[in-house]
Write a protein that binds this ligand. Structure first.
Ligand SMILES: Cc1cc2nc3c(=O)[nH]c(=O)nc-3n(C[C@H](O)[C@H](O)[C@H](O)COP(=O)(O)O)c2cc1C
Length: 171
């Protein structure tokens, strides 16, 4: 199996999750969304991950708001995941997809979910996620946004789970 993990990240948290997911998959190419390829032929699985902004995928305005909060600049720039996914007319027909996000550790009806928005876009492209959407919790303390304890390990296990879903069933 050949997998590609594409992530958007302002402060590095979703990037950390993406690296753990790719590690769990053990067969994945990893790209920031602003450097991701437009040709996905040859991949069996596309995994996309993004931070939750204003209850869904980021928009240019929310990315600007994030940039204003950071003295170091943001990890990924334009385009965001919404625009990257929106730029595809078709995806390779046999390719599976999976989605994850990072968000605050509150009930989903309060936080929203970027993964849920990404899943909608993928359904529109005829590639509904093959696994349940995953969310990983971030904590914000003052100026610092960090992954909650245990979430990197959970992300690695989620990636490994995606890999095992794709293993052929022995005859
Ligand atoms: C402009 C903006 C809007 C946000 N809106 C939400 C939100 O609606 N729900 C939520 O759970 N977190 C929200 N957050 C927190 C982000 O989810 C958090 O910054 C992100 O998961 C960190 O990932 P990153 O380090 O990869 O950017 C928001 C953050 C920013 C900067």
């Amino acid at each position: 199996m050949r997998a590609i993990v594409v992530y958007e990240s302002m402060f590095g948290t979703t990037e950390e999750v993406a690296r753990a997911v790719a590690d769990g998959l053990d067969c994945a190419d990893l790209f920031p969304v602003d450097g991701a390829p437009r040709k996905l032929d040859g991949y069996d699985l596309l995994v996309v991950g993004a931070p939750t902004h204003a209850h869904g995928l980021s928009r240019r305005s929310t990315r600007k708001a994030a940039a204003a909060q950071s003295t170091e600049g943001t990890r990924t720039r334009e385009p965001g995941m919404r625009e990257w996914l929106g730029g595809f007319g078709v995806l390779p027909p046999a390719m599976d997809t999976a989605v994850f996000d990072t968000r605050l550790g509150k009930p989903r009806w309060l936080t929203g979910s970027a993964a849920h928005s990404a899943a909608k876009l993928l359904r529109g492209l005829g590639h509904p996620p093959a696994a349940p959407e995953a969310s990983f919790v971030v904590e914000v303390e003052g100026d610092e946004t960090k992954l909650a304890s245990g979430e990197a390990e959970r992300a690695r296990a989620w990636g490994a789970g995606l890999r095992s879903r794709r293993q052929p069933i022995p005859e």
